[in-house]
Every structure is written in C-alpha cells, then in structure tokens.
Design a protein around this ligand. Structure first.
Ligand SMILES: [Zn+2]
Length: 267
C-alpha cells in the first residue's frame, strides 16, 4: 500500500491572487492534476514535490471552495482527494480617471476594432500550452519598480464605470526598458486600441504576462524570450493618463495581481 500524501490543510488566497499548490513526492506517484475553473491542470515534478500555479480570479466568490486533486500511480491506481481552498475577500478601491474622449465614447470603427481585439486576446488566454516553460521565479519587468499597487481597482473613466483594473501599473517614464518577467514565447506583439503597443508572453500551463502602452516593441510573435530579456520600451500608447507600464498576469484566464505571482518565488 502506498502512503497517502498529506493534503495541505489550508490553501488560502485572496481574490485576484496567484496560488501555488504543492504536494510532497512519494514513491510510485507518476502524476498529479487538479480540476481548476473547469479544466484539468497538471502538476510539474521537481526534486521533492509536485507543484502547479493557479489563479483566483479578481471576481471569484469569497469564502470556502474545494477542488478535486487526482493522484496517479505507477501500478495503475489513482485516487481523488477534495482539497479545500479558502478565498479571502479583498477590498479594491474605486478610482476616477480622465482620458481622451475617444477611449470612452467610441466611434463605430473603434468599437468594432476593440471588439475584434477583445476576441483575439480572449482566444489567447483560453489556450493552455501543456508544458511549463519557466523554472525560475517571476520578476518585475521594470528595474526598481516596486509600485503598481492599483491592481483590482474599480475604475470610472470620464465619469463612466468600466472594467476593473486587471494588472499593475508600474511607474516608468517613456523609453524605460521593459523586460520579460520570465521565460516564454511571444504570442502577441502589436498595437491594440485600448492597450496601445502590447506584448503578450505565453509561459505555458495557461500562464500569460502582458506588457502594455509601450512606445516601442522589440520582439516578434513566435520569439522565445528568456527571463529578463528586453521586450520593448515603456510609453503612453492606448488608453492612458500618462506614461507607465501596465503589467498583467492571467493564469487559466483568471486575472491576478502580478506581484502575488512574484511573491510565490521559484517553483
Ligand atoms: Zn494599467
């Protein structure tokens, strides 16, 4: 009889936070998956444990949840355990912003473009590359920028409520080098209506980072980038109130605070 791995008694994450789930390795254990947001997410084996990184979406219900974790063994048997997950309520303030009117009262042409681009980016986020491209921890893309505390803020543009802020804004004057938060593959590198010059990186396992409002893009779709590699220069393109870097993270389509991913550390 193979020993049962200990379930982590209390997995706790706030709304809009990345979460690492890990179990110790044991002889004969050949695979672990978790059912998360309706998808089967595989764990990656490291020296002494099995781990995966998931995200609790900004608008997830606060309170007690549970997910099914499947353990598969070399002798062919498998076991499913219910893992409790406590989602903590986070208080995100409302911010009033003033931008150019064309970003709030869209022309028919701009609206059509914004819709098209929304579909394109959603299609990217729905895809899960079944491989983890990174091994080191995620890093902040602008040197010395540890601000970006406006993740999750409810936003009112020119008096009109809009979607909550799904990334962190880092202070960066135009022309500041922007580096890849981790290893991955460039899956979008172009000008978008709201986001301006944008770069999206697929890090595998459904984890994506985005870098928006750039003045210049230095990579192309299909490029492999290493952690810390130059992606472009920060700027003020798209719907902005001034120059900065908008840094976004999606994990299996959940909108999470990039700094919560940085805090997880190396897998
Ligand atoms: Zn932003």
């Amino acid at each position: 009889m193979i020993g049962l791995p200990l379930l982590l008694a209390g997995l706790i994450a706030g709304q809009g936070q990345a979460l690492e789930i890990a179990y110790p390795s044991e002889p004969g254990l050949t695979g672990v998956t978790v059912q998360w947001s309706g998808r089967s997410v595989p764990f990656v084996q490291t020296d002494d444990h099995w781990a995966t990184t998931v995200g609790v979406d900004l608008d997830s219900r606060a309170g007690a949840h549970a997910v099914d974790v499947t353990f598969r063994y070399a002798d062919g048997h498998m076991r499913v355990e219910r893992q409790p997950v406590e989602v903590r309520s986070e208080k995100y303030p409302t911010t009033e912003l003033t931008v150019e009117d064309r970003y709030v009262e869209l022309s028919a042409e701009d609206q059509a473009r914004a819709n098209r681009e929304g579909e394109e980016t959603n299609a990217i986020y729905e895809k899960m590359t079944p491989e983890r491209y990174w091994t080191a921890s995620f890093q902040v893309p602008v040197e010395g920028a540890n601000d970006g505390r406006n993740f999750g803020h409810r936003r009112v543009f020119n008096g009109q409520p809009r979607a909550p802020h799904s990334g962190a804004d880092l202070r960066a004057k135009s022309g500041t080098p922007v580096h890849a938060a981790n290893r991955g593959r460039v899956v979008l590198a172009k000008d978008l209506f709201y986001s301006g010059n944008a770069v999206f990186i697929d890090h595998g396992m459904g984890l994506y980072t985005s870098y928006l409002h750039l003045s210049e893009i230095k990579v192309n779709v299909g490029d492999w980038v290493e952690r810390g590699q130059l992606l472009g220069l920060s700027g003020a393109t798209g719907r902005v109130t001034g120059p900065h870097l908008h840094w976004g993270v999606r994990i299996l389509d959940a909108r999470v605070d990039p700094f919560s991913l940085v805090r997880i550390g190396a897998p």
